[in-house]
Design a protein around this ligand. Structure first.
Ligand SMILES: Nc1nc2c(ncn2[C@@H]2O[C@H](COP(=O)(O)OP(=O)(O)OP(=O)(O)O)[C@@H](O)[C@H]2O)c(=O)[nH]1
Ligand SMILES: [Mg+2]
Length: 292
């Protein structure tokens, strides 16, 4: 019997949703960083297993919208939750369950909602006397189909989680061809790889003010030339992103390049520059341009 279906990820920002998608897909398809609000738009990660195909929809963390950007992020979450065959609620075992988790749980565990599996993430290195009460608290959030202690970082517990999710999928044909792991066009994957490095290497307000625009991808005879811009909102952010003598933008580029070369399938020359677009997060036309 063939099974296929859509599993939507829900959870507070920073609990490890995108890390889990990458782990289950077995490839880097979603940006991950230590900063909350890393994921800005819905992206698909396809998990191929013998006889079944699980389409994971990585979503921005659930939050109260506070500007146009977060409003759009939240809208994509709501739309996806309505279409899913199952939801995967991700919790962080290292922080107590809070109002944010309860708010999301009320939504995904409501009567009539698709079945919900809970993943209690980041259990790596945690003593059992911290994991056990966290599991009980997770189960008490509602009536989830199952609760799994896992580590998206090490992969511990993810096979059992996967088996549970696959069993919830309806019978049906594969949606994506074998070998296809994401629906994101190459520009978007490259943009996310660059943004991920920029988020990890900067702090304070800079990570939230950064967007990436991939302007061109030109295949050459010995390497592909990628032209991209780091977009920020103020001149001082621009200074930080460029760094002393261009050191920061150079570092972002060189750390992003291996991932870009893997996505492109060959050597890449990355032409990366920094540009100011004041208030892009509040500007609908700018968000359209950036594909958010
Ligand atoms: N120790 C540990 N850290 C993890 C684990 N999973 C994720 N992390 C870390 O948690 C941070 C957030 O991970 P993300 O995958 O970006 O989290 P997210 O839920 O997608 O966050 P948003 O996109 O902002 O909503 C990163 O620094 C990850 O390396 C885990 O199993 N164990
Ligand atoms: Mg994410």
């Amino acid at each position: 019997m063939r099974r296929s279906g859509l599993v939507a990820l829900a959870g507070r920002p920073n609990v490890g949703k995108s890390t889990l998608v990458n782990r289950l897909v077995g490839e880097h398809v979603a940006a991950v960083s230590a900063k909350p609000q890393t994921t800005r738009r819905r992206a698909i990660g396809v998990v191929h297993r013998p006889g079944s195909q699980l389409v994971m929809v990585d979503l921005p963390g659930f939050q109260k919208p506070f500007d146009r950007l977060t409003e759009r992020m939240q809208r994509s979450v709501n739309e996806t939750l309505e279409d899913a065959d199952a939801t995967l609620l991700v919790l962080d075992a290292r922080t107590p369950i809070g109002p944010g988790d309860r708010y999301i749980a009320a939504r995904v565990l409501a009567g009539g909602a698709p079945p919900c599996v809970v993943a209690l993430n980041k259990t790596d290195g945690l003593a059992a006397d911290r994991v056990v009460p966290a599991l009980a608290a997770a189960a008490a959030l509602g009536a989830p189909h199952a609760v799994h202690p896992i580590s998206a970082r090490t992969g511990e517990g993810t096979d059992a989680l996967m088996a549970d999710l696959l069993a919830l999928l309806p019978e049906g044909p594969a949606w994506f061809p074998e070998g296809m792991t994401t629906d994101q066009p190459l520009e978007q994957r490259i943009g996310e790889l660059i943004r991920e490095r920029a988020l990890e290497l900067t702090r304070d307000e800079v990570p939230h003010a950064v967007a990436v625009l991939v302007e061109s991808i030109e295949p050459g005879h010995d390497r592909t030339v990628v032209e991209a811009k780091l977009i920020c909102e103020t001149a001082s952010q621009k200074g930080i992103l460029i760094g002393r003598g261009g050191s920061m933008v150079k570092r972002i580029g060189s750390e992003a390049r291996p991932g870009i070369e893997a996505a492109v399938g060959g050597p890449v020359f990355l032409d990366l520059s920094v540009k100011v677009r004041p208030r892009w997060r509040r500007d609908a036309a700018e968000l359209d341009r950036l594909g958010v």
